[in-house]
Design a protein around this ligand. Sequence first.
Ligand code: PLP
Length: 387
Amino acid sequence: MYPRDHTTKWFTGQGLWSDVNKLEWDDWHWQLRNRLLTVDHLKQEMQLTQEEEAGCSSAKQKLLIAITPYYFNLIDKQDPDCPIRKQVIPRQQEQYIAPEERLDPVGEENTMPVEGLVHRYPDRVLFLVTSYCASYCRYCTRSRLVSNAQEYDFHPDYERAIKYIEHHTEIRDVLISGGDPLMLPDRKIEMLLKRLRSIPHVEFVRIGSRIPVFMPQRITPELCRILKENGPIWMSIHVNHPKECTIELKDACERLACSRVVLGNQSVLLKGVNDDVETMKSLSHRLLQMGVRPYYIYQCDLITGSSHFRTDPRKGIEIIEHLRGHTTGYGVPQFVIDAPGGGGKIPVNPTYVKEIRENEFVVRNFRHNEYIYPFSTEALVVEGCSS
Ligand SMILES: *Cc1c(COP(=O)(O)O)cnc(C)c1O
């Protein structure tokens, strides 16, 4: 079964590592051990542009370089504008810090009652459990702590965080993130899920992870058993481009779905990667085919050194405008701006309500045709039914 657009393929395979034993290739520990971590290693496998080489030189102080062999295979080595390449290979523009950019762009540090626990919304918390990922996204909103290049020395205190959640009975939803929670060993993931599940008021547990995209080999039978036993777990993966929708990712999503994991996707709107309608529409269609519901598109946070990725927020509105009504409703994510300073995620939408009058709404549809929806503010009285 092939997707409608034949411009990108589903299959990847072992590519550059075709001589590696298949059992090793499919072992996530092998993928981690064999990550590309240095500029020299990158240069052995591909020709870097001058911009990229300069970008690599500052990564040690900003956000480390790491690319799994599996994900590295998705890069078009001949194309400096490859959308996969831009996400993980640093460029010189990373060194430029725009005046509006911040180390903590969405104000997480001010709402952390315990190191690693962000309590911003009334009924839910963000639980950061590690600072490591399988690969590092160059636009990472938590680059202040992720990969520890900036010597943040992140030490999440699981015990204190869990105690806090136990004490705060208003918390009904825990979002486990990081770093990437699936970098933890199985036994730690199991311990965390079991502890959270044993708290009566915690009714919703979810994981934010890009590991299915960077290293689908991590979705092992043992991990699936743990997830299934503690399910349903909701999981937001992070796919930005249809090229990332490989058969390997599709299979990993299938294994997760069979383990009671409910899948959603969050994308970050990135200049030159996915900031056009056709790419995002194709991505949505691929996600639906993999059983993943597009959840959020984020306007790129004002993280230091990310201005080369940032789009005009009107682009996000334009993308939604061209999805809503034009394709499956399940395939239309919510475009949000995570408010600088800590206001939380704010939905940003095309305007469908043209005017609100005393007794009618003036609305328009996806074709820009106007309609009037009349309504009465009087209590509804049905003849013959009054008591
Ligand atoms: C994104 C986020 C959440 C979860 O938000 P939802 O809109 O419920 O997905 C919770 N806490 C923090 C701090 C967040 O940034």
